[in-house]
Design a protein. Structure first.
Length: 140
C-alpha cells in the first residue's frame, strides 16, 4: 500500500497535467458533443488521460470516476482513486474559467480518504492534502 504523501504527490501531478490538457483544448467546438448521458467529449478525453496516467504512476489502482463509474473491491489492496475529470463541465464548455480536475485516494479496506488534489483548469495552483501531512497550495 502506498503512503498518503506519495498518493498526494501522484494526485497533484495527474490533476495538474489533466488540467493542462483541458486548458490546451479549451473552447474547441467538438468538446461539447455529448457521448452518453451528460458525458461530453471533454469529460471523456480528460477521464481517459487521467486513468492512463494513474495506471502509469501507480503499480495498481482502482478507479471510480464521475463519468464511467466503476466499482472498487475491498478484496484488493490497491488504493481507490475517486476522480472528477472535469468539475464544472458546463463552465468549461462555455469558456468560463471556473472549472477544475479533482482526484482523491481512499484506503480500499477502510474507505478513509488518504490524499487528494484539486487543480484549476485555467489559472491558479493546485490545492492538495495528505492525511497526517497537512494541506498545500501549489505542488508542495
Amino acid at each position: 500500500m502506498h503512503d498518503a504523501e506519495q498518493l498526494r504527490r501522484v494526485a497533484v501531478k495527474v490533476s495538474s497535467e489533466a488540467a493542462g490538457l483541458l486548458r490546451d483544448m479549451a473552447c474547441s467546438e467538438d468538446l461539447g458533443r455529448v457521448i452518453t448521458g451528460e458525458t461530453t467529449v471533454a469529460d471523456k478525453k480528460a477521464e481517459d488521460y487521467i486513468v492512463d496516467m494513474l495506471r502509469s504512476e501507480l503499480e495498481s489502482v482502482q478507479v471510480i470516476s464521475e463519468e464511467a463509474g466503476g466499482v472498487a473491491s475491498r478484496a484488493s489492496d490497491a488504493p481507490i482513486a475517486l476522480v472528477d475529470p472535469l468539475d464544472g463541465s458546463t463552465n468549461y464548455l462555455s469558456c468560463i474559467t471556473w472549472c477544475s480536475v479533482s482526484i482523491a485516494f481512499a484506503d480500499p479496506r477502510s474507505g478513509e480518504v488518504l490524499a487528494g488534489s484539486v487543480a484549476p483548469v485555467y489559472s491558479g495552483m493546485p490545492v492538495s492534502f495528505s492525511r497526517g501531512g497537512g494541506c498545500y497550495h501549489g505542488g508542495g
